[in-house]
Design a protein around this ligand. Structure first.
Ligand code: IVH
Length: 677
């Protein structure tokens, strides 16, 4: 697997071939949206390229895809001046304003007939890319339009931004577009942050902006930012129209919007606006409107610009989808951790294609900040993929008998236990361990699709079984087979549905350990964290006795998660539950990645710095497969510290403790040639 001894010409050929293939796949993925290989296969190509370039530094070029892993941290962003100012667009919101725009354009062109290009207005961060001699030399934010921040190191990590232009004559160009993030990526990053108790972001645009301001390009590389180009300027070829520029950009290897239309009339423009107002919720990214541009570049320059906006283009902004309805009541909802949240009970109304009758009000303060009263006419809205929210009360329409609302002092469940709001906390909590509503949520979560996926145990069945006293804890689920007569006595239950339920319960016993961990509903232990815990601790027994230090030694586990896991595992009732689930036959050990040898038994490895031939995860797995332990912190007990590139404090600590330090190559040699360990 090492090509150290390959003749350099072979390496040079292979490097060229790898770059060709990577570029080809980048293009298929980002420009054509038709990938042909899996991410894993792509990563293998990139890994091989990085390895060869490390062995043959003379073969490195500035446009090599290996440059995308991110360079050294940046101290501060330098300010750069835009050669052509970055303009912004005037906003419009109505048919009339679009008609006004068309009229102004026609007047400005003194009778000449314009043609328009309509395209999506991506909701991200504007970026100006400068290419010289075919290479990306600068990426700058818009800033105030005249000067912006030089964020080149960060933007180079974005795979959709070509490091070199693919064109025979265009060598220098300014290309502008939007850096954005897919909604799914945003949700995933936020979910992870939330499960770690870290700051979450309001929307993909804020997260994109925050990411571009990061000082560490390696962190940016992990955030999977995207790019779409919508403007260019070059002296190297004659440019005629915006529409042909878009084709040119596409041909040069830049992603362009898949949705553009040439429109000759206002009606055609309005049809495009209406179409995307509906379809925007199906897009995998967020848009906040449509941009309408005069196509001809000659006409664009005739029209010129006023203040900071061009006269040849406008933005048509979509409003967040809004509707008005009556707030009929405010009720309370109890989460499985005991958080008690107010919920708006609304007169059912249609909003962006679905009927809304309830919406969360988040917390007590939210209700008072909006000054909501029961009986009020309220505005509900939905933006992008977001869950509907109550955004305002229309006080002019407030009826005389509208009722003020106060947080009730008790839990809404039949036990009416007292609830409390800790100092400095926005939420109220119900601490009653017997609260049937918490139990309902706990069981719903346990049986849900992503957790134990128990067929036949849906919300309705859970409610019925709790009311009938058949379910008082998770453990009771696995005793339902002894309560068949009681179940059959309930409404809607027949031998067939009962059998389906029992089969579902039985099948859930085969769900892997990581799912069991997630299903337990431990605070901060979402699906991702459950996987990490299962992979690192491998059994419930290991977790039952895990210490804070052992937990936080795992890279992704911070103090909050560790504390929560320990609090859960030390609680008497939870230990009993685990024992009961174990005897019911649930999976309490991880079978994934079984140890294949014991070469590394008793040895602990710590990986630090950047590994170039494998990911840290792969390296850690290869240790675990050999019976060793991978840890996140160095101590006297550490057997080896594997130092990748730019290793820092852990390396120093290893040296000060006299722990053996080896290189990534030495580690690779160890796992390919066991005798050397
Ligand atoms: S054209 C002079 N096209 O919207 C024209 N802008 O205020 C420059 N945007 O700063 C912009 N999608 O960040 C253009 N297809 C698109 C766009 C777009 C998003 C952003 C861009 C710009 C802002 C306009």
């Amino acid at each position: 697997m090492f090509s150290l001894f390959d003749p350099p010409s072979d390496a040079a050929d292979r490097v060229l071939e790898l770059r060709r293939q990577i570029l080809h796949h980048d293009r298929l993925y980002y420009v054509e949206a038709q990938p042909e290989i899996s991410d894993r296969e792509y990563d293998l190509l990139l890994d091989e390229l990085i390895r060869l370039e490390r062995e043959h530094p003379d073969l490195v070029t500035p446009d090599s895809p290996s440059m995308r892993v991110g360079g050294a941290p940046i101290g501060s962003f330098e300010t750069v001046t835009h050669a052509v100012p970055m303009l912004s667009l005037a906003n419009t919101y109505s048919r009339e304003e679009v008609e006004d725009f068309d009229r102004r354009v026609r007047q400005g062109l003194e009778g000449a007939v314009p043609r328009y290009v309509c395209e999506l207005k991506y909701d991200g961060v504007a970026m100006s890319l400068t290419y010289e001699n075919g290479l990306l030399v600068q990426a700058a934010t818009r800033g105030d339009g005249q000067t912006g921040d030089n964020v080149t190191a960060n933007v180079k990590t974005i795979r959709a931004v070509p490091l070199g232009l693919d064109h025979p004559t265009i060598r220098s160009a300014t290309i502008r577009g939007e850096v954005f993030m897919l909604t799914e990526t945003f949700l995933e990053i936020n979910r992870l942050a939330e499960s770690k108790g870290e700051k979450t972001f309001a929307n993909p645009r804020n997260l994109t902006a925050g990411t571009l301001k990061q000082k560490d390009p390696k962190a940016v590389a992990k955030r999977r930012l995207e790019f779409v180009a919508y403007w260019m300027e070059t002296q190297d070829v004659a440019l005629e129209a915006h529409s042909s520029n878009l084709r040119l950009l596409h041909g040069m290897g830049l992603p362009t919007s898949p949705a553009t239309a040439i429109c000759e009339t206002v009606d055609e423009i309005l049809a495009f606006l209406a179409e995307w107002d509906e379809r925007r919720f199906d897009l995998p990214f967020q848009i906040d409107g449509v941009v309408i541009k005069v196509d001809s570049l000659r006409q664009q320059s005739e029209l010129g610009s006023v203040a900071r906006s061009p006269r040849w283009a406008i933005a048509y902004k979509y409003e967040a989808k809004k509707a008005q309805t009556i707030l009929e009541d405010i009720t309370l909802q109890v989460g499985r951790t005991g958080v008690v949240t107010p919920v708006a009970e609304l007169r059912p109304t249609l909003l962006a294609g679905s009927t809304i009758s309830r919406a969360t009000l988040h917390n007590e303060d939210y209700v008072h900040e909006l000054d909501l009263r029961i009986g009020d006419t309220v505005v509900i809205e939905k933006g992008g993929d977001v869950i509907p929210k109550v955004s305002a009360a229309i006080t002019e329409l407030r009826p005389a008998d509208a009722q003020m609302w106060h947080m009730p002092p008790t839990c809404p469940c039949p036990r009416h236990s007292h609830i409390h709001r800790p100092e400095g906390n926005a939420q109220w909590f119900c601490n009653d361990a017997q609260c049937p509503w918490q139990l309902r949520r706990t069981l719903e979560h346990f049986a849900s699709r992503d957790a134990m996926d128990i067929d036949g145990l849906g919300e309705k069945a859970i409610e019925q079984f709790i009311d009938a006293g058949l379910l008082t804890s998770i453990a009771d689920i696995y005793r339902l087979d002894q309560r068949t007569q009681d179940i059959l006595a309930l409404d809607r239950w027949a031998p067939k549905s009962l059998q389906k339920l029992l089969d579902g319960i039985n099948a859930s016993k085969q769900q892997p350990f990581e799912r069991v961990l997630f299903a337990l509903g431990i605070r901060f232990v979402g699906e991702g964290v459950a996987k990490i815990l299962a992979r690192n601790f491998r059994s419930i027994d290991a977790l039952l006795s895990a210490t804070q230090e052992q937990l936080t030694a795992v890279n992704e586990i911070g103090d909050a998660i560790a504390e929560s896991v320990i609090a859960y595992m030390t609680e008497h009732d939870n230990r009993e539950l685990i024992a009961s689930l174990r005897s019911a036959g649930l999976q309490m050990e991880s079978h994934e990645n079984v140890v294949t040898s014991s070469e590394f038994a008793g040895k602990t490895f710590v990986f630090t710095g950047e590994l170039t031939r494998m990911t840290r995860r792969e390296a850690e797995e290869s240790v675990e497969q050999r019976g060793g332990k991978a840890s996140g912190s160095v101590s006297k007990k550490t057997s080896y510290v594997v130092a990748g590139q730019a290793a820092g404090s852990k390396l120093e600590k290893a040296r000060s403790l006299g722990v053996a330090v080896i290189s990534e190559d030495e580690f690779l040699a160890m796992i390919t040639n066991p005798s050397s360990s």
